[in-house]
Ligand binder design. Structure first.
Ligand code: ATP
Ligand code: MG
Length: 451
């Protein structure tokens, strides 16, 4: 063979390329086939240059083999460019895989081998679809054709979850960028593949934490609900127990007539109903059910309030005054909830005057309208007021300055009033005492706000 090629030729071929050249040439020669090969050949000045060597067998007219006729083209520039390309791709931190138009991997870098669990030489020449889980292969072939017909740099599978398949058959989530590369040998696709297992896990963890947060939030809300239920139901239950014990005492002393007894029982029934309605209201709130709404005459609500606090005021020596404008108007709302609000304000007022001399205890309830026609209800006491600068904090759940306080009264009041489209605020009065103002939108006569 060496004779055929000429001794001088093998001496000039780069040692790294010689085996390959001899193999290609030997096989082609024996089969009398054309060949093509790339190798480095030493120039006279000692420098190696890349050659593309093509050979075609020549035959005499009688079919006798005459030898090869061929051409050698210098491809050093192309080879250098290729090498640069390889260096860049090899240095890339991401897995890079170059695929020809038939889907065969023609080049891959070291990270690609690591990510997919193959050796580099196993990757080259492999079909790209073997790196994809089986269930996606058919579709992938279609997508690949689509890309080749309209090649442009873009992310692969926008909106789809993509997966790679390792040599051992395991799968992992990937993100893939595609770039078309036009070469003299045709269109190639350079794919950069990122293993996003860690990111997906972080996302999952983030989601799990969010769910946990929502759950914790719900528990906190449940805590508030339990507190508000206890707070609101406490008042009617207290009244029921007080009325029932009074009845017992009067009966035992033989001092009660049927009429008085009937009145006590009527109060007990009314308070029992109120407790039931409060519970119902909170259940509706929890279930996000439709709130009960009707036209409420604000004067009626204040009358109910006075009836409920009458005994408490008497027991505490508090003078209750009302300044109610007969034209205070009506609001569209839940009568039980509105009564709850004013009752909370009145109870706070009583409690604010606990330690004061009995001649100075007064509670003033005013109802009128402001210039916009909104309903204004003010509940004012003659206590010591609240620490200045705390006017907003008072409304926060669990804010209380009382030993036995739950701090839910004003928080409930505010959430009810805001659900009615109104506002509630607190201020201290110059002459002493605190004043709470509730503003509610005036209801129109037609039930247009019913929806
Ligand atoms: N009329 C008032 N005068 C002075 N301070 C008040 C008055 N009303 C409320 N406050 C202050 O606002 C705080 C919060 O009131 P809120 O009704 O929300 O809870 P609480 O009255 O402390 O507890 P609970 O309502 O369970 O008895 C009170 O602890 C008190 O410091
Ligand atoms: Mg209170």
């Amino acid at each position: 063979m060496e004779q055929e090629l000429g001794k001088g030729w093998t001496e000039g071929v780069h040692a790294d390329d010689l085996d390959h050249c001899l193999e290609v040439y030997g096989n082609s020669f024996n089969a009398r086939q054309p060949f093509t090969m790339e190798y480095r050949l030493r120039r006279n000045d000692g420098e190696y240059r890349w050659l593309l060597d093509n050979g075609t067998p020549r035959f005499a007219s009688d079919g006798a083999f005459l030898g090869y006729i061929g051409s050698c083209i210098g491809i050093t520039e192309r080879k250098l460019a290729e090498e640069k390309f390889r260096l860049v791709i090899d240095a890339a931190p991401n897995a890079m895989i170059m695929v020809d138009s038939a889907g065969v991997i023609s080049f891959a870098n070291a990270p690609a081998a690591t990510v997919f669990g193959y050796s580099l030489s196993e990757l080259i020449g492999r079909h790209i679809e073997t790196l994809i889980p089986e269930r996606f292969r058919d579709r992938h072939a279609g997508y690949r054709k689509g890309f080749l017909s309209q090649p442009s740099s873009r992310a692969m599978g926008a909106g789809r979850d993509l997966f790679g398949r390792r040599k051992d058959g395991s799968e992992f989530p990937v993100e893939v960028g595609l770039n078309p590369i036009h070469t003299t040998e045709g269109l190639f696709v350079l794919a950069s593949v990122i293993d996003i297992t860690a990111r997906k896990q972080a996302e999952l963890e983030h989601e799990r934490q969010n769910i946990e947060l929502v759950r914790v939030g719900r528990v906190a809300v449940m805590g508030e609900l339990a507190a508000s239920l206890a707070h609101e139901v406490n008042n009617p239950i207290g009244a029921i127990v007080a009325n029932a014990s009074a009845g017992e005492r009067l009966l035992a002393a033989g001092k009660i007539g049927t009429e008085e007894m009937a009145e006590l029982l009527a109060d007990i029934v009314a308070d029992g109903r109120r407790a039931g309605e409060i519970v119902q209201g909170i259940r509706t709130m929890v279930r996000k059910g439709k709130a009960r709404r009707s036209l409420v005459q604000i004067n009626d609500t204040i009358d109910s309030l006075l009836r409920i606090v009458r005994a408490e005021a008497l027991g505490r020596n508090v003078t209750v005054t009302t300044e109610v404008d007969s034209d205070a108007g009506q609001v569209w709302g839940d009568p039980v909830q509105l009564l709850q609000v004013f009752l909370n304000l009145a109870m706070n007022a009583f409690e604010a005057m606990t330690a004061l001399p009995s001649n100075a205890l007064c509670l003033v309830i005013r109802a009128d309208r402001n210039e916009n026609g909104d309903v204004l209800v003010r509940v004012r006491d003659s206590g010591n007021g609240f620490p200045s600068g705390l006017a907003e904090q008072l409304f926060e759940p669990f804010f209380s300055t009382k030993a036995e306080g739950t701090g839910m009264g004003l928080a409930i009041a505010r959430s009810i009033i805001e659900a009615h489209g109104g506002t509630i605020s607190a201020e201290n009065f110059d002459g002493g005492g605190a004043c709470f103002t509730v503003r509610l939108p005036q209801a129109k006569e037609d039930n247009s706000q019913a929806a």
